[in-house]
Design a protein around this ligand. Sequence first.
Ligand code: UN1
Length: 542
Amino acid sequence: ALRGARPVGRGLSTRASDILTSLGISSTTEVSGVYDGKWGGSGELMQSVCPTTGEVLARVKTATPQELHEALEKTREAYVFFRNIPAPRRGELLRQIREALGAKREELGALVSLEMGKIRTEGVGEVQEFVDICDYAVGLSRMMNGRVVASERPGHSILEGLFSHQQLNSITDAFLVPNPLGVVAVLSAFNFPVAVYGWNLALSMAAGNATIWKPSPTTPLCSIAVTRIVSGVLERNGIPGAVAGLVTGGKDVGSAVVESKDVDLVSFTGSEHVGRIVGKTVMSRFGKVILELGGNNASVIMPDADLSLAVPAVFFGAVGTAGQRCTSTRRLYLHRQIADEFMERLKKLYASVVPGDPLDSATLLGPMHTKDAVGIYHNAIKHLKEIDAEIVTGGKSYEQSPLDAGNFVQPTIAIPKSANPTDQIWSTETFAPILNAAVFDDLEEAIGWNNAVPQGLSSSIWTRDLRNVGKWIGPSGSDAGIVNVNVGTSGAEIGAAFGGNKSTGWGRESGGDAWKEYVRWSACTINFSDAAPLAQGVSFAA
Ligand code: UN1
């Protein structure tokens, strides 16, 4: 299954070197992992390891503390320049970035598969998600409108009729004005090494900010390839490259970015554990923060669900990306009437899974991203056995060659004895292809289980009954940030704001009203009249 994966001589496999070469990355030399208008990096070397073959793809030169400090300074300067570029001009840059990304969609998608391990269609899909959000932001660049609010203070009647209806009674108007915010830092996770940066960069640029990217330490090549494409566009247009800077590195670099007073907004994707630290740190210096943390997403299958749609959707939600999406389906709640049939059909799909090279178009299951991730999987399986859960399918690593060279594990379905949502097995997110199932008797019970966990990212119900839909999306329904009906938990489009509630964190990214978090809002009250009355009728005359 690993065509071309055999290393050629001592060098890189042809499979890997072709992809890297197509994106201008030379794996024989050490690759620069810092960009702030020029490329650099003289910090520790970081390895990028292929999760499929275990080969080292490249060594990346990360940022020293001094280089990080300089990059942050350059980013601030870039912001001061960029905030005065008219928003539609910023949109034009995004249009060009979109073109440049689109031209490298296949190559970049292949790099995502190579370095992260997700299958090719998903790797390319991720680049498409970046392209989509650029399109969105191009439009947004002409639509980031503030509002005009009627003031309570009266003015001169002589102007009446010259103003629109809204302004008729108000000579003094209060404007709600969006201005660029400052420096936005994006700390992204390994599982979406391209798209999540894209969501943030596109909105941040449209809003007139400068963005500095600290990617996951295990996917540096994706961030380098993307930054090359984006910086090419900026440089061609005479825009400072630090409008979209990059600092690769480990924990130290991440902490320094989060602690820096020069960073106005930190957009962090990662674990609840790290997110709690990031949130506290940023709040303690009164910075702004967007947190996209754990998901522990449930699908609820009602007795009237169309199983021909629901079964494949749960299959994709739980097995797609080898269970490594924040939005992956981790909990399956089956109504008693359809539970057996659903499980039989789901098991058949699981049995059809052939693991293999994610770059091979026939593959549905790629490797886990790292050896650590495999460890998390095995710990969870061990725990399932300890609590006497039934392992319906899976539960092991794939050990036959050539899969043993990579991080391949069997997608697993388990039925824990207890459905108590406060049990560890239900209440914690395991970032692996493990789906836990339980049977319920009525919708209220399933909604209760859905909501009883700390996380609240995504959720999905399968039903044709409008009454169920009403309950699910209403005040007593799912408390997640994404509440789907006849749509799986994963695979959100960019149009809607993306994000969760409760321990999933705070804030929204991508579409909807998310852009409003990337600007600094001011309420501007302007008096056009010859009098200066006080609000609330207060009189303050001597
Ligand atoms: C994530 O898993 O961190 O909805 C992001 C989805 C994707 C994004 C997931 N559009 O699954």
